[in-house]
Design a protein around this ligand. Structure first.
Ligand SMILES: O=C(O)CCC(=O)C(=O)O
Ligand SMILES: [Fe+2]
Length: 136
C-alpha cells in the first residue's frame, strides 16, 4: 500500500510536469492511511434510501476495492449521476480534496454516493490516504 501511495502521488505530479516528489512531500513521508470496511445490508426501499449520501472524500487519494459482484457507487458529473462499473479485484483510485487543493484544482475530487440494493448485500474496502498532520 505504501508503494502504491508513492507511485500514485509521483505519477500524478509527473503528469502535471511538476517535480516528481511535489505531492509526496506535501503528504509527508509518514502520512496516515485509514482503512474502512463498508457493509451495505439489504434495503427494501432503494428508491428512497442511500447507502452513503453524496460527498467528496477529504483524503489526498482514496483506494477503493469494490465488491466484485454488486454495483452501487455513482459519480456526479455535469449534474448527472454515472454508475461505476464493477471490475472484479480492480482498485478504484479516487482523487480526494487534498490532491484537488495541491493541484490547484486540476485534479478534481468527485462528488459520489452509494445506492442501496434490495437483492444483494455489498461489501467494499476504502483506504484513505491522508496527509501527515505534521506537514503544513
Ligand atoms: O462503498 C463504496 O463504494 C464507496 C464508499 C465511499 O465513498 C467512502 O467510503 O467514502
Ligand atoms: Fe467516498
Amino acid at each position: 500500500m505504501k508503494l502504491l501511495r508513492e507511485s500514485l502521488l509521483k505519477a500524478m505530479a509527473v503528469s502535471l510536469n511538476v517535480e516528481e516528489n511535489c505531492f509526496l512531500d506535501q503528504c509527508g513521508e509518514h502520512g496516515n492511511m485509514i482503512a474502512r470496511f463498508n457493509f451495505y445490508p439489504l434495503c427494501p426501499r432503494p428508491d428512497v434510501v442511500l447507502g452513503v449520501k453524496q460527498h467528496a472524500d477529504s483524503s489526498a487519494i482514496t483506494i477503493l476495492l469494490q465488491d466484485k459482484e454488486v454495483e452501487g457507487l455513482q459519480v456526479l458529473k455535469d449534474d448527472q449521476w454515472f454508475r461505476v462499473p464493477v471490475v472484479p479485484y480492480g482498485l478504484l483510485i479516487n482523487v480526494g480534496d487534498q490532491v484537488e487543493i495541491m493541484s490547484n484544482g486540476i485534479f478534481k475530487s468527485p462528488v459520489h454516493r452509494v445506492l442501496t440494493n434490495a437483492e444483494r448485500e455489498r461489501n467494499t474496502l476504502a483506504i484513505f490516504i491522508m496527509p501527515d498532520v505534521a506537514v503544513e
